[in-house]
Write a protein that binds this ligand. Structure first.
Ligand code: LMR
Length: 400
């Protein structure tokens, strides 16, 4: 009965790892998926996470019962505080509902399904380009996806006038997907002034912000600074949605820990919104897993552990920043044609190199370097040892 099923293509990002795993070369390098690696090229489990896990294991009172549909209550409260700020009026006024979801993707999907059911405008505008999974998540949730200009290849920076023009002509009430910080894949973020202009335009047109926050702490190394864009929108008293992931900033990739928050106008509305979120979640995954959320809650509620986490997080962010500098220096040293200053200007996990599909294919074939075909490289996958190999490959790709 399944004989007519056709072979589906690999995922454009996760499929890069599949191809990498098949490569037998000793010099192979995976710069595809955004996953942090140490200087030795190994995955990292944060010390503070190990500590939290040990505490959980030692606590004999812990059981494996189902969580409520909305997840672990402590985790939800602490996640809202982390993203909106400890003194957020929206939290104090009980206008925020937060539900635990399956990392960033699951949070986006639950938020999108809620909007498809209960929000009058079904169109969501996503930046061009954006994370490859965004259009699929929103389309399958029942929203109609359109894009707004974001990146200007000629400047390798933000196309701010294009962005304002496209959002300015979006229908009033449309949903707008915004990357809270460290835009994926470009590493290009609006400045604080530009965020303020975006906010004014969106509020004046009644556009609904849906933030994707996958990198809080990774852009600048500072958890508060990386949440500034969201806090700007929440400070004006208006509504917004925020999807949070702990994959990168706590290194909890495979634990699938995330949260969806919806900021409403009143506490009463927030209560009703939460009741509807439960109707989205229950048939989707019933209730979320307990382990990862317990790790996060243990760390966020303890002052010392929180500090330890911020120090480890800053160390990851700083290592990525130093990789940017090393790659830039290596290309300058080789006299590689072109201006590579965007490598040190862009922020977050990724550099959007400007290399084209053919150049990427060349680097994979000749140098065993794996990256997404749009020329995005994960700086977090690089180390001092592998920078020269990458610089050689880029040099060869642009000069051959
Ligand atoms: C990425 O963009 O590489 C990450 O967000 C991982 C993923 O799920 O695609």
């Amino acid at each position: 009965v399944f004989a007519s099923v056709v072979q589906a293509p690999e995922d454009p990002i996760l499929g890069v790892t599949v191809a990498y795993n098949k490569d037998q070369s000793p010099v192979k390098l995976n710069l595809g998926v955004g996953a942090y690696r140490t200087e030795e090229g190994k995955p990292l489990v944060l010390n503070v996470v190990r500590k939290a896990e040990q505490m959980l294991v030692n606590d004999q009172s812990r059981v494996k019962e189902y969580l409520p549909i909305t997840g672990l209550a402590d985790f939800n409260k602490l996640s809202a505080k982390l993203i909106f700020g400890a003194n957020s009026p929206a939290i104090q006024e009980n206008r925020v509902t937060t539900v635990q979801c399956l990392s960033g993707t699951g949070s986006l999907r639950v938020g999108a399904e809620f909007l498809a059911r209960h929000y009058h405008e079904k169109t969501i505008y996503i930046p061009q380009p954006t994370w490859g999974n965004h259009p699929k998540v929103f389309t399958l949730a029942g929203l109609s996806v359109k894009s707004y200009r974001y990146y200007d290849p000629s400047t390798r920076g933000l196309d701010f006038s294009g962005l304002l023009e496209d959002l300015g002509s979006a229908p009033s009430g449309a949903i707008v997907l915004l990357h809270a910080c460290a835009h994926n894949p470009t590493g290009v973020d609006p400045t604080s002034d530009q965020w303020e202009q975006i906010r004014q335009l969106m509020r004046s047109k009644g556009l609904l912000p849906f933030f994707d926050s996958a990198y809080q702490g990774f852009a600048s190394g500072n958890l508060d600074a990386d949440a500034e864009s969201i806090r700007l929108f929440v400070a004006d008293g208006g509504e917004c949605l925020a999807a949070q992931s702990y994959a990168k900033n706590m290194g909890l990739y495979g634990e699938r820990v995330g949260a969806l928050s919806i900021v409403c106008k009143t506490a009463d509305v927030a209560t009703r919104v939460e009741s509807q979120l439960k109707l989205v979640i229950r048939p989707m995954f019933s209730n979320p897993p307990i382990h990862g959320a317990s790790i996060v809650a243990t760390i966020l509620k303890d002052g010392d552990m929180y500090t330890e986490w911020s120090v480890e997080l800053k160390a990851m962010a700083d290592r990525i920043i130093s990789m940017r500098q090393q790659l830039y220096d290596a290309l300058c040293a080789r006299g590689t044609p072109g201006d590579w200053s965007h490598i040190i200007k862009q922020i977050g996990m990724f550099t959007f190199t400007g290399l084209n599909t053919n150049q990427v294919a060349f680097m994979t074939k000749e140098y065993h370097i794996y990256m997404t075909s749009d020329g995005r490289i994960s700086m977090a996958g690089l180390s001092s040892k592998t920078v020269p190999h990458l610089a050689d490959a880029i040099h060869a790709a642009v000069t051959s």
